[in-house]
Design a protein around this ligand. Structure first.
Ligand SMILES: [Zn+2]
Length: 140
């Protein structure tokens, strides 16, 4: 039995390491903590390299809505910006896994989740399929 491959993306991001600069890390942690116990969401800007995805800037989405266990922003408000490579949001529950809603509303190529308590050990990065991607922190 053969399965159709849904994802024909040849440069699969599965093998890539997602690199977050220290500044991006700091911004995500501070933002998450600031909004706690509400969920916060940020957009990530960066670039693809051969075997890496470098995230070097965070962008606060326009008209972001913060709620408990819920964060969203109207995607039609967003500029068509190819430098946005994904999003980051917090899980005040501490669960380091994307919810079905997270995967349904996937934006960009990567999804960073930071769980409570917000420290560098409580960060995970996922692809569109909800699979964990390797990540590391790099100097700015
Ligand atoms: Zn979530």
């Amino acid at each position: 039995m053969r399965f159709m491959r849904k994802n024909k993306d040849k440069d699969s991001i599965k093998k890539r390491t997602v690199c977050l600069t220290y500044q991006v890390l700091e911004s995500i942690l501070v933002y998450a903590e600031h909004l706690h116990p509400k969920e916060g969401i940020l957009l990530l800007r960066g670039k693809k390299e051969k075997d890496k995805i470098i995230v070097n800037e965070v962008v606060i989405p326009p008209q972001a809505i913060h709620g408990e266990g819920f964060s969203a922003f109207p995607t039609f408000m967003l500029p068509m910006d190819p430098t946005i490579i994904g999003s980051a949001h917090s899980h005040p529950s501490g669960v380091l896994k994307p919810s079905p809603e997270d995967l349904n509303n996937f934006y960009g190529r990567i999804m960073v989740i930071v769980g409570y308590p917000y420290n560098p050990k409580n960060i995970a990065v996922f692809n569109r399929e909800g699979e964990t991607l390797k990540h590391e922190f790099i100097p700015d």
